[in-house]
Design a protein around this ligand. Structure first.
Ligand SMILES: NC(=O)c1ccc[n+]([C@@H]2O[C@H](COP(=O)([O-])OP(=O)(O)OC[C@H]3O[C@@H](n4cnc5c(N)ncnc54)[C@H](O)[C@@H]3O)[C@@H](O)[C@H]2O)c1
Length: 313
């Protein structure tokens, strides 16, 4: 099974490395406008193969994406000092208008997985471009809040002293400042959070809730201030999403894909729990949020919709 990766900087290359470590797919094709970078990353990652799984890792051109089942797009530029988020959006949107048609020309049957930021808006743009070629938006999936959801689960599980795999909790909305932590829908071991915490002799006073919220919402800022970029967490999250797609695992993930309407906001792309399989998003399961969370989700959807309108999609 072939997987393409377009943009092999920190995020794309780390995702490729994570796929080799997990044994996802059979062949990884790395494409980058900086061909020397793609060749160097492919060589470096392929040297890890003897210590992990038997994948072929090569650098290539767009035509080498032919037959890929999934193409991850992590091409983009970072924010320059003094640059607004909207200016960054304009620059990355210009890159997407160049990259996405080339991917689809050669890998029209692939599921597109978008990682570049702002991921919600760029996923919407990629789906718009794909739609003009008759490709359904369900086959264009952004990483959404999968990483934020993992951070939320991990903090809840350490507060409770249990394995995070038994915590069901979701972060919804924009992958960014307006994201919504769905506290009211958290379940642990089949019980609502408060009931489980009570049985366990634990509690979630307002101070702890605020601290977890802050840590989830500001994790990327703190990592970037210490090391300029985030890539291990997102690289692992992307490898997991690709694995779900390649093996049609039918997992519920907080990815993003265009929605006709969410909380009164039309034609918007924000993260919600989606059933994901080999053909992308199969179904959407909006959770039963409480009143304040719904208000926050509506606000988040409006923010993303305004950003989408700013690039005239
Ligand atoms: N979704 C998430 O949760 C998440 C997390 C971290 C980073 N990101 C985003 O991922 C993107 C990549 O981040 P990074 O740290 O790897 O950046 P990076 O600068 O290290 O890598 C970007 C790569 O894209 C390539 N590129 C630029 N223009 C291109 C084009 N036209 N065609 C092909 N390749 C092109 C560059 O040459 C570079 O190798 C950024 O937008 C970043 O904000 C997303």
């Amino acid at each position: 099974m072939k997987i393409g990766i377009v943009g092999c900087g920190f995020v794309g290359a780390t995702a490729a490395y994570a796929m080799v470590m997990r044994g996802v797919g059979r062949k990884l094709v790395l494409v980058d406008v900086n061909r020397a970078r793609a060749r160097a990353e492919a060589a470096d990652i392929s040297h890890a193969v003897p210590f992990a799984h038997a994948l072929e890792v090569v650098a290539g051109e767009y035509e080498d994406l032919e037959g890929a089942s999934v193409v991850l797009v992590a091409a983009g530029v970072g924010q320059k000092p003094g640059e607004t988020r909207l200016q960054l959006l304009e620059r990355n949107a210009a890159i997407f208008k160049e990259v996405i048609p080339q991917v689809l020309r050669h890998a029209g049957d692939a599921v597109l997985l978008v990682a570049s930021n702002p991921v919600d808006v760029l996923t919407h743009l990629a789906a718009y471009i794909a739609g003009e070629l008759g490709i359904p938006s369900s086959r264009v999936v952004g990483s959404g809040t999968t990483l934020d959801t993992a951070r939320f689960r991990s903090l809840l599980s350490s507060s409770l002293g249990i394995d995070p795999r038994h915590v069901h909790a979701y972060v919804l909305g924009e992958h960014g400042d307006s994201e919504v932590l769905g506290w009211s829908t958290v379940t642990v071991g089949g019980m609502p959070l408060d009931a489980f915490a009570h049985r366990k002799g634990a509690s979630f006073p307002p101070g702890l809730i605020a601290s977890i919220d802050h840590q989830v919402r500001h994790a990327a800022y703190e990592i970037i201030s210490g090391k300029q970029a985030t890539y291990y967490g997102i690289g692992s999250a992307l490898a997991n999403i690709v694995e779900v797609m390649v093996y049609d695992r039918r997992s519920i993930l907080t990815v993003c894909t265009p929605l006709p309407e969410m909380e009164g906001v039309e034609n918007v792309t924000i993260a919600l729990p989606h059933l994901v399989g080999g053909r992308g998003v199969l179904e959407t399961f909006p959770p039963a949020l409480d009143h304040m969370e719904r208000e926050a989700l509506r606000n988040s959807a409006r923010i993303v919709r305004n950003a989408i309108e700013s690039i005239n999609v």
